[in-house]
Design a protein around this ligand. Structure first.
Ligand code: PPE
Length: 303
């Protein structure tokens, strides 16, 4: 990670190296934090953050789901993000806001803990590599199963949930794959360790229903783009065999953007190269985030 100058903490700018928290912070022990990943892109009209308000809304909702109240409103958080980018004089970056149960009392019962909030910005390259974005990545279905919906509470981006992702990701990497696909306890395809998933077969675009996954903002972006292109996405339950016989597969996420999958469990997908539908979405997405598609200009917050 490449440090920048300042991190925003509870409304104040703190120097990067000083942005610390007590070792007995509740979130550190119990995973009681919610966070976001957001990207800011260089455009011809200056830097612009992609779907900033939607990310901050999801952050506040995540806190609500965990039962603690965000100390800042969506508008405050949007403002803080813009100011942090300006203060760091960075043109293109990843933004990581986090709301967490802080220092005050230890034990599972969080009563007495403060709710803290921080936001950092830093450069972040292609999540699964530039080569992966161009040529597609190899993935495996994880041996680790995703938590049941009543444990995971999928609509919240909760730190604690990511232990499952870390196990799956590490296994995948050690086995020579770029990413892991997680199944639900019943065996339905959910999502990757840090991305949503799309399947293209016989011209139809399918993605797992939102009740099984994090409601990805890039996922929503693809769903809206597809509708505007006249090929609405179908949200449905499906099993791993449907991955093997897909014509095309791709993953979406803020970090991964749109990354094609060229192989699942040693089976080549389609031609083994990114397919035409995937490439079409990659191109259209690139135009949107770079401010070159006026139809979606409402999704950009210029810094
Ligand atoms: N599912 C999961 C489990 C997930 O972590 C992400 C984002 C998504 C779907 C896609 O959501 P969205 O970014 O709103 O389209 N993963 C973030 C964190 C990656 C990390 O290593 O940290 C991200 O892409 O920022």
């Amino acid at each position: 990670m490449e440090p920048t100058k300042y991190i925003w903490m509870n409304g104040k700018f703190i120097e990067w190296d000083q942005a610390n928290t007590h070792i007995l912070t509740h979130a550190f022990h119990y995973g009681t934090a919610v966070f976001e990943g957001i990207r800011c892109y260089k455009t011809e009209r200056g830097s612009a953050v992609f779907r900033l308000a939607e990310h901050m809304k999801r952050l506040v909702n995540s806190a609500q789901i965990l039962g603690f109240k965000s100390p800042f409103t969506v508008d405050d958080l949007v403002q803080a993000a813009v100011e942090t980018i300006r203060k760091n004089e960075i043109q293109e970056c990843y933004l990581r806001p986090i709301i967490y149960l802080g220092y005050g009392s230890l034990g599972v019962n969080p009563v007495g803990c403060r709710v803290d909030c921080a936001l950092a910005v830093f450069p972040w390259a292609a999540y699964l590599g530039e080569e992966g974005v161009r040529n597609g990545v190899r993935v495996k279905v994880s041996s680790f199963v995703r938590g049941q919906v009543n444990s995971v509470l999928n609509a919240a981006k909760t730190a604690g949930n990511y232990v499952n992702s870390v196990l799956a990701k590490r296994e995948a990497i050690e086995d020579g794959y770029a990413e892991a696909i997680m199944l639900t306890p019943e065996g339905f395809v959910a999502e990757a360790s840090g991305e949503n998933l799309f399947v293209i077969r016989d011209g139809q675009i399918v993605t797992p229903p939102r009740c099984l996954v994090l409601e990805g903002i890039t996922r929503d972006t693809v769903i809206r783009m597809a509708a505007d292109m006249g090929t609405p996405v179908v949200e449905e339950y499906f099993t791993r065999d449907r991955l093997y016989i897909a014509d095309e597969l791709f993953m979406t996420g803020t970090a991964a953007e749109i990354t094609p999958i060229r192989e699942v469990d040693r089976r080549a997908i389609g031609t083994g190269k990114p397919g035409p539908v995937t490439c079409k979405f990659q191109e259209a997405f690139k135009a949107i985030i770079r401010g070159k598609d006026e139809r979606y200009s409402r999704w950009l917050t210029y810094v």
